[in-house]
Structures are given as C-alpha cells and as structure tokens.
Write a protein that binds this ligand. Structure first.
Ligand code: GLY
Length: 280
C-alpha cells in the first residue's frame, strides 16, 4: 500500500518560510490520515477521501481557498479515475460546492460521467449536496489587489491498495483571473489518468499540461513497458521542449513512486506506512 499527494507548486520567490512550513505540516497530517484510510478501503475510495482533505485545507487552490476567475466567481474542476475499471469521471467549472471531487465520485456510476458548468451544479443539488461558498478572505483580498498566486495549488492524490489496484483524483480552483469558463487540465486525461499499470496526477499550467498530454502519456508509456522513471523523464523532456510549466506525481502497480517538476518546486508527500517523503 502506498499513497502520494500534491498541493501544487511552491515558489521560493513569492512565498515565505512560514507558508512552506504550514504546507509541509498540512501535507504530513493529510497523508497520514489518507494512509490510515487506505488500510481499510480501496485505492479509489482513498484518493477521493484524501482529496476532500486537501480541498478542505485553505492553503491549497482547490475546494476551500480556490482561485477567483476574472468575473469574481469561483469555478472549480475535479476528476477521478479508477485504474481497475479504467473509468474516468469529473466536473468542470462547478460553482458553490464544498468538495468537487465528491460530485466526480457520484458521476463515476453514471453513464454520462463528465458534467460542466451550471448543469454540474444542478446534478450536485439533485444528489443532495448543499450550496457552499469556497471563497476565503485571503483569496478575495488577493483578487481585489489583482495578485495572482495561481501556481500555488491544484491538489491530487494517487494510491495503490492492498489488492494491487491503482486510482487517482485531482482537483483545482483554476489559474485565477482566467476568462470565465476556461477549462483546466484537472478534469481531463492530461491532468488525471490511471489504469491497471500506473496512476498520475498533475499540477501546473493547465494549457501546458494539455499540450503535453502529461498524465495519459506517462501511463501509456508505463503500460507499454517503460519503467516509471523513464516514462516521466521522456514526458517532461517533451514538455520542456515546448516550454511547459507542470509537475506530476505517480505510482505504478509494483509500488514504485515518482514525481517530477519542470520548475521548482512541486509540493508533495509520499508515504508507505513507514517512510514519509516530504517536499523540502
Ligand atoms: N492545473 C490547474 C489549472 O491550470 O487550472
């Protein structure tokens, strides 16, 4: 059993040591809770649960603490993929829900599994999810001052359970100040992908992640026989050639974990119940 999580990027130039410590502490607490949950749940259940913890933490740009779009509204996107069944589901630009990943989880059982905008919100209401504002005073203040820390946060989780199954979840508040309705990578197969062999979650600039088809490309390379490290290296080499900005975390079916970033530095943690690796 293994679990890896990320909380976007940490830019040394724009953030303090205090923020870094807060993020490290939050990731440690969340990954320990996630691993405890994994002991008695599937990889799919665990990535959803752990991503709700990340969404609930206002330090990260997903759920509570999401970035605000140009028109003053928050629109969030999230997706999950079950490696065992190769099923993907997600919501794009949903408003006024606390945990977008929970709506993606509900959609996994539907025939129509990716919903967007107002209709995604209507679906959430029909399933009993209450209206919830994820705006925080910090993000509102940044918005009013036209400060954009957008690289501070998409969240994600990959897990391998005790039956050898993989799953992934990714959730984001977007870039901040984007054209209303802009679609991020987080509810696409470029940002979130898993099968029986590998599970990958991305963070960074959505357009770059889509250009590089990062998650689906790494998973395909591992499926075709490359080891996870060389699958990451080749994919990030191609991303660098198009000046992309992204980071990714991954795990394969043998329990090998890997992460890579095009720029310093991805905020991540990995845990197998004994060894905890935390970004520095
Ligand atoms: N990776 C999140 C976004 O670009 O919206």
């Amino acid at each position: 059993m293994k679990i890896v999580i990320h909380g976007g990027f940490f830019s040394e130039s724009s953030q303090s040591d205090e923020t870094k410590l807060k993020k490290q502490t939050a990731l440690k607490t969340i990954i320990e809770k996630g691993f405890e949950f994994l002991k008695t749940h599937t990889a799919l259940e665990t990535v959803v649960y752990t991503t709700t913890l990340l969404e609930d933490c206002p330090l990260f740009n997903a759920g509570i603490g999401s970035q605000i779009q140009r028109d003053g509204k928050i629109r969030m996107s999230a997706s999950i993929m079950d490696g065992k069944s190769s099923r993907f589901s997600g919501v794009i630009n949903i408003e006024n829900v606390r945990n977008p990943v929970l709506i993606a989880e509900k959609l996994l059982k539907e025939e129509d599994r990716v919903l967007s905008g107002q209709e995604a919100g209507n679906y959430a209401v029909s399933k009993g999810f209450e209206s919830f504002s994820t705006e925080t005073p910090e993000r509102k203040n940044e918005f009013n001052l036209k400060l954009n820390n957008s690289k501070t946060g998409t969240v994600g989780c990959v897990a391998l359970d005790n039956k050898g199954h993989l799953a992934v979840a990714t959730s984001t508040g977007g870039k901040g100040f984007e054209i209303p309705g802009r679609v991020s990578d987080s509810a696409t197969v470029a940002g979130n992908y898993a099968n029986l062999n590998c599970a990958i979650s991305c963070t960074g600039v959505g357009e770059d992640i889509v250009n590089g088809a990062i998650a689906s490309k790494i998973v395909t390379r591992v499926t075709d026989g490359q080891n996870i490290q060389s699958a990451f290296s080749k994919t990030f080499h191609e991303l660098n050639e198009i000046n992309g900005f992204a980071g990714a975390i991954g795990i394969d079916s043998k329990g090998n974990i890997y992460w890579e970033e095009s720029h310093p530095k991805i905020v991540f943690a990995a845990y197998d119940g004994t060894d905890l690796t935390l970004f520095e």
